[in-house]
Design a protein around this ligand. Structure first.
Ligand code: NAD
Length: 313
């Protein structure tokens, strides 16, 4: 069975591609190694994969490559390529979000509609919700409050249109803040852990009482496998970690695990950041059999160990 993982050199995509290879799939990965963060990190993310005879890396850009050609023989698409990051999505940077998220997704869908696929998984985000009623449920009205969230919602809606009109077997997974090894260097836990280990200051934007539902990488990856096993095209699922905690609470937990105090400075809240995220995962539990296996303490312990291992490299 042949899969395509877009964004295969990124944080989630590289873990997913590894899991698929281990599960016996033949995997083709596409990544353009964008410079949103250090490309050497992305190169390191694919090192293990490149040793496998079941993995092929295509270093191309979804925006201009011949997708019809690469999609021949593909049965499953896991579309994880994107321009991530909420704060960076304002101003002139939005061009990158509209290109790498909206336009790239539309190009991929155009090619996907010409072939017979078993599943097309789209990596969506809790950012589509905005400040809505908690816990967040898939049937609630979504009102993103950042350009990034708007771009991910546009992608979800495009996916829905291609499912409705052409039967592309879309499933959208709305990830809630994923963490663990290879977490992007712009993400909060990555920055916090490095700062605590090095005795440097942590900046919190706002009073730290904003809450987040954190999802361990293995659980996020597993949700993709569950999604292709079930036939639920056209559906959207929240993929959360099963609990939520304030940013201050999460830092306390980090201090406890690392056994070192954090030096925190508080700054004004930034535009686009949500007050709270909290996933109602009832639908994913019921329809996919999704059940997050890692609690925050276990998951953070693993991320800390990973960061210690790469810190001075
Ligand atoms: P990431 O930046 O580590 O990975 C994305 C990859 O896509 C990068 O390697 C980048 O080079 C590649 N890419 C971007 N544009 C491309 C293009 N035009 N052509 C080919 N490759 C391209 O990000 P991540 O954190 O692994 O996120 C993966 C997906 O999950 C994204 O779609 C993101 O929106 C979504 N998501 C992530 C989180 C999270 O907590 N990390 C939460 C919600 C949703």
């Amino acid at each position: 069975m042949r899969c395509l993982v877009t964004g295969c050199a990124g944080f989630i995509g590289s873990h997913l591609a590894e899991k698929l290879v281990q599960s016996g799939f033949e995997v083709m990965g596409i990544d353009s190694f964008t410079d949103y963060y250090d490309r050497r990190i992305k190169e390191a993310n694919v090192q293990g994969l490149l040793k496998s005879g079941k993995f092929t890396l295509v270093r191309e850009d979804l925006l201009n490559m011949d997708l019809d050609k690469v999609l021949e023989r593909v049965e499953y698409i896991f579309h994880h390529a994107a321009q991530p990051g909420v704060i960076a999505s304002w101003g002139e940077h939005f061009e990158s979000y509209s290109q790498n998220n909206i336009l790239a997704t539309q190009r991929l869908l155009e090619s996907a509609r010409k072939i017979s696929l078993k599943s097309f998984i789209f990596a969506s985000s809790s950012s589509v919700y905005g400040n809505c009623e908690l816990p967040m449920r898939e049937d609630r009205l979504v009102s993103p409050i950042s350009p990034y969230g708007v771009s991910k919602l546009a992608c979800e809606n495009l996916c829905y249109s291609y499912w409705k009109n052409f039967g592309v077997p879309i499933i959208s997974l709305r990830y809630f803040t994923v963490y663990g090894s290879r977490q992007r260097p712009d993400m909060a836990f990555h920055k916090f852990i490095r700062a605590i280990l090095k005795g440097k200051e942590i900046t919190i934007y706002g009073d730290g009482n904003q809450t987040r539902d954190f999802t361990y990488i293995d659980d996020a990856v597993n949700s993709n496998i569950l999604a292709i096993e079930k036939s639920c095209s056209g559906e959207i699922f929240n993929i959360g970690g099963g609990s939520y905690i304030s940013v201050n609470g999460a830092i306390k937990l980090l201090e406890e695990i690392i056994e070192k105090r954090a030096r925190i400075i508080y700054k004004e809240k930034r535009k686009g950041e949500m007050e709270a995220t909290w996933a109602d995962i009832g639908k994913a539990k019921k329809m996919l059999g999704y059940n997050p296996r890692f609690n925050l303490k276990e998951g953070l312990f693993k991320e800390i160990e990973w960061i210690k291992g790469i810190m001075d490299k």
